[in-house]
Design a protein around this ligand. Structure first.
Ligand code: SF4
Ligand code: SF4
Length: 115
């Protein structure tokens, strides 16, 4: 099910989602030190993805200081049947995108630290 609307051809999110996201971001603040030492492989479950862009909002807020999915290291792509995601080389595996996904479409798999 698609949520939100569009403005001048760009997808936008409903205000209620933004308020929920703000609360999430405040809670996430406390874990930023932990994410600096723990890295994850991010697994994607396509059938669960709704294209909501929360993952991109989380990534861009944490790594670029702005709520803008275009600045995120994860890109959500709309296909004819389903959404898919693509990670840029800049992705550091912090896991914030997976933590922000309401739909369990992204999951974190810890990566062993190199000695
Ligand atoms: S992966 Fe999760 S947060 Fe990202 S667009 Fe899909 S449902 Fe939304
Ligand atoms: S794991 Fe990668 S794509 Fe996800 S929030 Fe971290 S840097 Fe961004």
């Amino acid at each position: 099910m698609r949520q939100g609307g569009s403005f001048q051809g760009k997808r936008i999110l409903p205000r209620s989602w933004f308020n929920r996201w703000k609360r999430f971001a405040e809670e996430y603040d406390g874990s930023r030190e932990r994410e600096a030492v723990t890295r994850y492989e991010i697994l994607f479950f396509q059938e669960r993805c709704t294209g909501c862009l929360r993952c991109g909002l989380a990534c861009s807020e944490i790594h670029a200081g702005i709520f803008c999915p275009d600045r995120a290291y994860i890109e959500v792509l709309e296909g004819p049947e389903a959404y898919s995601v693509r990670f840029s080389e800049a992705c550091n595996g912090c896991g914030a995108c997976a933590d922000s996904c309401f739909y369990d479409a992204l999951r974190k798999k810890p990566v062993e630290a190199e000695p």
